[in-house]
Ligand binder design. Structure first.
Ligand code: SF4
Length: 230
């Protein structure tokens, strides 16, 4: 199920030429998990990161690690644009689309079960938007994307089908966030189309509002027809 490959290419092209800092996966450096959804009040907030968060899933091998394009959390002084992109290498059960789809769904839910302390993630299950509120005390305590990334990586790698994951944190003000928003929206649309294909009995392409995605992403339409036994 390599439906996200074009979007992986678009993301790589967008990041071409942007300086980055890479960190290997080091579980011992993981930032503490608060264990529950914390509320960080405005008065306790150092800054907000406002943007998108999305997963790009591939059956290609991915080396686990973290990459920061732009400033680290400790260098940010005021609210700014941001994006979190998780490139996830997942085992592909050739021919068993239901199994692979179930795994994609499970990975989508990891972000709701990981609560970095002093790093409040606000997101919605049917949206690619992501807003992060970082507390003053977390900044004073030395929070960094490297540490938050290691915590998130550990949570993702608990899923047996995830073989490798690279988390990209983007904060460079020079990046094209409008384009990133489009990539995130399209990633969301591909996932929604997969939801429809795996759960729906409507096979009438002429009336289907997901036709633009099926026209563009190779293998989508074939998958729906295969599911329908057509
Ligand atoms: S194959 Fe046709 S009916 Fe199925 S999701 Fe795509 S456009 Fe819709």
């Amino acid at each position: 199920m390599d439906f996200y490959n074009d979007l992986i290419r678009d993301t790589s092209a967008l990041l071409q030429g942007t300086k980055s800092c890479a960190y290997p996966y080091t579980p011992g450096k993981a930032w503490p998990d608060a264990g529950r959804n914390e509320v960080i009040l405005q008065r306790d907030t150092a800054f907000e990161l406002n943007g998108v968060g999305f997963n790009l899933i591939t059956s290609e091998p991915v080396e686990s690690g973290i990459a920061v394009y732009g400033d680290e959390l400790g260098s940010i002084r005021q609210s700014r644009h941001f994006a979190r992109v998780c490139l996830i290498g997942m085992r592909d059960d050739a021919g068993d689309e239901q199994k692979t789809y179930d795994r994609i769904r499970k990975v989508e839910f990891v972000k709701y079960h990981c609560f970095p302390k002093g790093y409040m993630i606000r997101t919605a299950s049917r949206s690619h938007k992501e807003v992060v509120r970082v507390s003053k005390s977390a900044v004073q305590g030395g929070i960094s994307f490297e540490k938050v990334g290691n915590l998130l990586l550990s949570a993702y790698l608990e899923k047996p089908a995830v073989e490798g994951i690279k988390i990209l944190f983007l904060t460079d003000p020079q990046l094209d966030y409008a384009k990133l928003e489009k990539i995130a929206a399209k990633t969301h649309a591909v996932t929604e189309t997969l939801n429809h294909i795996m759960n729906s009995v409507n096979f009438d392409c002429s009336t289907c509002n997901l036709k633009p995605i099926c026209d563009e992403v190779e293998g989508m339409r074939e998958l729906h027809f295969k599911r329908a036994g057509m």
